[in-house]
Design a protein around this ligand. Sequence first.
Ligand code: ATP
Ligand code: MG
Length: 141
Amino acid sequence: MAVERTLSIIKPDAVAKNVIGKIISRFEDNGLRIAAARMKLLSQKEAEGFYAVHRERPFFNDLVKFMISGPVMIMVLEGENAISQNRNLMGATDPKKADKGTIRADFAESIDANAVHGSDGPDTAATEIAYFFPALDVYTR
Ligand code: ATP
Ligand code: MG
């Protein structure tokens, strides 16, 4: 198994619900460490840049509007197979289809407001981490 890093965002809906700590506990209880963290109200440009791969999709404008509707908690998670481990803990994009006990099943309302983001592969993880954190601000333990 390989130690990996992945980008996690606790989205505005979950921050507004006051469940940052509960979500972080899921990560820590499952072998992931927080290597960097920052709370931030994204600008429209920052959100558009982050989700640029989706810019042609019909839901892009709503997605950006949602992501800037309140502050988000942006984190680098580190651990064995962190990328797939985080995706497993998150559950399916649509909370109605997410497995029981996953973060989205337990904390999300809809496919638009779905509590968390997680990088979907090694390349996107590297790009997304660098988008928000200078290498010097990511702490391996
Ligand atoms: P994220 O990238 O936020 O971790 P994901 O990887 O599970 O989510 P993506 O396909 O990358 O899903 O979509 C990015 C986001 O766009 C989703 O989290 C969701 O909020 C929104 N989205 C995706 N598909 C749809 C859809 N069919 N209708 C509305 N919103 C959608
Ligand atoms: Mg995605």
